[in-house]
Design a protein around this ligand. Structure first.
Ligand code: URA
Ligand code: URA
Length: 266
């Protein structure tokens, strides 16, 4: 496809996402949570059956695609002439008022990500906690303060210089671990964020981020301390700041990891 087609496709898709978002906002006003959930389910069913009939019309090749996403994401995140900031905003509006997994029912705010869209370094956590859910920003609670210290005191950077996001965008109730179906539903948004930003280095904070990105079941203790590859981007797994708060003696290991990151950034 040539660039103008790609761009048009992106514009149409982001407009569609925006309209869905607007519709959801209108819908949500004045409805009880129960009524809202019912309407959402009806819309989802309708859009699923529509995309299925579209697929069977297109032919058996396309119909073989399993589990079509509710809203098809556009296929190329890098659009000439579009800034990373615009692309991230487009992605955020495509996500809309998300009900793709059960966390949509219990969250206060969807926590998309924060920071520099052109960052050389992206920190990926597990999922929002209570403070993050309330404020709509990742890593703003106690673990967030420790991460901020690592960035500012350790790396001599500002929070605004880096990009920070999570594997799942909505808070798991009582801070339980994200479940496989929730990661399945949400991971594509993380992948897209990373494709758009294309940082030099990803710091994977804790077991969940590291295992999700690196498709491994090895524990963080076996993964940290060396660089791994994610689609040509260097990944440094290290301990999660919440874990460091409970195990302060492990901070020196994370500091070793961060020093390797600093050295590689130059
Ligand atoms: N822990 C995480 O993994 N992410 C946050 O955003 C906050 C705490
Ligand atoms: N378990 C986790 O989930 N994260 C860590 O950083 C360490 C242990």
């Amino acid at each position: 496809m040539n660039d103008i087609h790609k761009e048009l496709k992106e514009v149409v898709s982001s407009l569609k996402g925006h309209l869905i978002y607007q519709r959801d906002i209108l819908l949500a006003e004045g409805l009880s949570a129960d009524e809202y959930a019912k309407i959402r389910a009806a819309i989802r069913q309708e859009s699923e059956s529509r995309s299925q009939s579209k697929q069977s019309a297109v032919g058996s090749q396309q119909a073989a695609v399993s589990n079509p996403p509710i809203q098809q994401l556009t296929d190329s995140p890098q659009i000439p002439g579009k800034s990373h900031k615009e692309l991230l905003e487009g992605l955020r509006s495509e996500i809309g008022v998300c009900q793709r997994c059960k966390l949509g029912k219990t969250r206060t705010n969807l926590v998309f990500g924060v920071g520099n869209p052109d960052a050389k370094i992206v920190f990926v956590g597990e999922g929002p906690g209570r403070d993050e859910d309330l404020q709509g920003e990742p890593f703003v609670g106690r673990a967030g303060q420790l991460l901020t210290d690592i960035i500012t005191k350790g790396m001599k950077m500002m929070r605004e210089d880096v990009y920070i996001c999570n594997v799942v965008k909505c808070r798991p109730p009582e801070n339980r671990n994200p479940e496989p179906d929730e990661i399945d539903a949400c991971e594509r948004f993380l992948i897209r964020q990373l494709e758009i930003i294309r940082p030099e280095i990803i710091v994977a904070l804790g077991t969940f981020a590291a295992q999700t990105l690196l498709k491994t079941e090895l524990p963080i203790s076996k993964l940290r301390g060396r660089f791994h590859d994610y689609k040509g981007i260097q990944v440094m797994p290290t301990f999660h700041p919440s874990y460091l708060l409970r195990n302060p003696d492990k901070k020196k290991e994370t500091w070793e990891d961060i020093k390797m990151v600093i050295a590689r950034l130059g």
